[in-house]
Design a protein around this ligand. Structure first.
Ligand code: NDP
Length: 517
């Protein structure tokens, strides 16, 4: 099926959902490069969202009963379907989000890898196991297992519209939950495509993965629709609203929020490699990457060389929508104002823009921002403190790596970061002390492509983890069971225990633990 036919199907199916819920309101998603309409989608209201969650609830029993092998087989069918249609999906991502086709392929590749890992590791991570019953319950067997929660609501952003929701979807499904996804209003076609692909690839469990579309109100309705957990990825301000809505019914939340990630370039770093990684980390996807590099702290020993390398490299970048463009337009038009404000405030406060800046040259055509590198930005400027989410980079000279670490950590965010040094010990030490959920040494963003590693932040970057064993457990509740194997002659948890039993217990505890000081 061609992309056009596929989209028609997606739009028709979404429209079918409208009819089913007697909703008449629709909205358009558009290509950020051309303004052309990509698709028309229903605005699901609270009743429609409630019905979708109800279908997911009905489906959850059968999905859970499939067991680990049954779910793994269906997740494999889904990833096979995505892999066979990668170019088709990448074309849609290019059209609706604006990123280059090749970057979309990379994003889809990561999502497929996570689907494979989650399906393959769910049983070992979550399945029933015996644990030691310990001294006090030595006559019992103790069992632990991680049971699915039921229905998971996934609310996603527009910047990585496949990879980001899939970080929750894959792990929630593998753990035995069904899922209702609310994609961003800027990327509903991609969300609808993913749900239609599920129905095609897994026809015997079509309601295990469903989509609802609309604006913030639809997301808020999902929080209140009786889901068992909400996995939210987006900005910190919206995350607070989601938490408040979920708190009404004590619905637990997973928060994957924004960042202000930094790279530390130490004295002994491979400067050319660090510059290459900083430019990619800052500018790819037009800088609209939660784990993108927004700040660099380079030691005096390497600062001049680093700035020269970065300057030379960014001059070769060209935003656009054609096949040769290095990155695309800003997906969300209002983000351009944020970028412009951060850059103009910084330059007004004395920062130097070595490339880009605030003049018209930096904003060459509607929707695009040229790469902007800022030096000498004051610490209290928004470009240092707030998430810019555009193709910008600040570079700050520091005395040494310790000062770099201190300034890296002086932010309310704590999502990820990078360290460049040739010393393994130094690199790992700096990585451990970086106040962030993830750090890569001598590369950028690599942790996102390691399915076994958890993904998530600290502070204003959120809490909870997707990916890896932690990501599977995030969508479960731990269940503890004991089974008495043999009764003891003296049962301490009985009113029938002998009067001296407590004294005997105190003596034993004294012998076992009393020698520790
Ligand atoms: P937003 O916070 O604006 O929106 C995220 C999602 O929440 C969208 O689907 C949005 O719907 C929905 N939403 C909006 N209002 C509400 C509400 N009141 N209740 C429930 N849902 C609501 O983020 P963006 O889409 O602009 O994404 C960019 C942000 O996401 C950046 O801060 C980025 O750092 C962060 N991000 C974090 C990642 C991580 O893993 N930590 C990964 C990727 C991005 P609608 O679009 O229709 O308004």
């Amino acid at each position: 099926m061609s992309l056009a036919e596929q989209l028609d199907t997606v739009t028709d199916e979404a429209a079918g959902t409208v009819d089913r819920h007697a909703t008449t309101q629709t909205f358009e998603s558009t290509d950020p490069a051309t303004g052309a309409v990509v698709g028309v989608f229903p605005v699901h209201d609270a009743a429609a969202v409630g019905e979708t969650v109800e279908r997911a609830r009905t489906a959850s029993r059968a999905w859970s009963d499939l067991g680990y092998d049954g779910r793994r087989q269906r997740l494999s069918a889904y990833r096979g379907y995505l892999a066979r249609r990668m170019h088709e999906l990448a074309d849609l991502v290019h059209r609706e989000n604006g990123k280059p086709h090749a970057d979309a392929i990379l994003e889809i590749t990561l999502a497929i890898d996570h689907l494979a890992w989650a399906g393959a590791h769910a049983r070992r991570t979550l399945g029933p196991r015996k644990v030691s019953a310990g001294l006090l319950a030595a006559n019992h067997a103790a069992y632990l297992e991680y049971q699915p929660l039921g229905v998971i609501g996934v609310i996603g952003p527009w910047n990585y519209p496949v990879f980001t929701p899939m970080g929750s979807i894959a792990y929630a499904l593998a753990a035995g939950n069904t899922v209702v996804v609310k994609p961003s209003e800027f990327t509903p076609a991609i969300g609808a495509w993913l749900a239609a692909a599920w129905r095609a690839a897994v026809p015997d469990a079509p309601d295990a993965l469903q989509v609802v579309t609309g604006f913030g109100d639809t997301g808020a309705a999902l929080c209140r629709a009786g889901v068992d957990k909400v996995a939210f990825t987006g900005s910190a301000p919206t995350g607070k609203k989601v938490m408040a809505a979920c708190a009404e019914n004590l619905v637990p939340v997973l928060m994957e929020l924004g960042g202000k990630d930094a790279m530390i370039v130490d004295d002994d770093a491979d400067v050319a490699a660090a510059a290459d990684a900083a430019v990619w980390g800052a500018m790819s996807n037009a800088g609209q990457t939660c784990i993108g590099i927004e700040r660099v702290y380079a030691t005096s020993a390497v600062y001049d060389r680093f700035v020269a390398e970065v300057t030379a490299q960014v001059r070769a970048l060209r935003p656009g929508s054609d096949d040769e463009a290095t990155y695309g337009p800003m997906t969300m038009p209002s983000q351009i104002d944020v970028v412009r404000r951060h850059v103009s405030e910084a330059t007004a406060a004395g920062a130097r823009a070595v490339t880009g800046g605030t003049d018209d040259d930096a904003f060459p055509a509607e929707g695009y921002v040229r790469p902007t590198v800022l030096l000498d930005v004051p610490d209290d400027a928004a470009a240092i403190r707030e998430e810019t989410f555009g193709p910008t980079l600040t570079i700050t000279e520091v005395r040494d790596a310790e000062e770099a670490l201190e300034r890296t950590n002086a932010t309310s965010y704590g999502l990820a970061g990078a360290v460049y040094t040739k010393s393994k010990a130094r690199g790992l030490d700096l990585a451990r002390r970086m106040r962030s959920g993830m750090t890569s040494v001598n590369s950028v963003l690599t942790f996102a492509s390691v399915p076994a590693l958890p993904f998530g932040g600290v502070g204003d970057s959120g809490f909870g983890r997707i990916h890896g064993e932690d990501g599977l457990k995030e969508f479960t509740r731990a269940k503890a069971i004991t089974r008495q194997r043999v009764p003891l002659p003296v049962n301490l948890m009985s009113f029938g225990r002998p009067a001296k039993a407590a004294d005997a217990l105190a003596r034993v505890m004294g012998l076992v633990h009393g020698r520790h000081r």
